[in-house]
Ligand binder design. Sequence first.
Ligand code: ACO
Length: 209
Amino acid sequence: GSPGWPATLGPLGTSAGAVTLRPVKIRDARTWSELRIRNQNSLLPWEPTGVGSWAERHQPSSWPPLFAVLKSEAKRGTILPFVIELDGRYVGQLTVGNVQRGAVRTAWIGYWVDEVHSGKGIATAAVALGVDHCFGPVGLHRLDATVQPANEASQKVLKHIGFRQEGLLVRYMDVNKRWRDHLLFALTAEEVVGSAVEALVRSGRATFV
Ligand code: ACO
């Protein structure tokens, strides 16, 4: 395998329950489809434009080809595709992508959580687990996160972890059928004091379980 893959991370306690990260599985098809379709309205404004309707793209039969790409890229070490679990149940995904080695040792991080569970610290806990893993076993030095200015919830998640705003990427990504500006947030390893998880627990936003 590649450094830090496969891995199961956590648990970390939140007000909703215990958050863990584990690799995506071929058997996630039904749950993935159900959550993605049910969360269309909360996800569509923030996600890259896709081909075909949302419903078509998120049928259970769309999962195996997507999973195959995620699995082979994970094996090559270019992505880390995690499912976010709450008390052992699939509630979202956290993906580390475009892993670059050599002199930059950087990647981007992205995430979504079922809106039924929003505002309980699940994404924040998941990002803390992901950050520590990336700066530890994966051997990265920097993580980027791009977020639209209107996405306040996601910016809060990043700020809770200590990501800094570095700039504005003009017309950066094709999202919901338009070129959208994105704020660039970033975090480097030396900015994390101890670990992101420890810092989160110290700030009272998560607990050791
Ligand atoms: N406006 C302002 N703040 C909000 C809003 C809103 N509409 N909705 C939630 N919040 C706050 C919450 O109260 C919470 O703040 P607090 O911790 O200070 O109380 C914070 O935003 C969210 O923190 P968490 O509870 O840790 O996050 P959650 O588990 O709710 O997940 C997420 C946040 C991932 C952004 C979720 O809302 C989601 O999946 N949204 C749709 C997809 C998406 O936008 N993904 C991120 C794309 S950008 C990227 O991946 C880098």
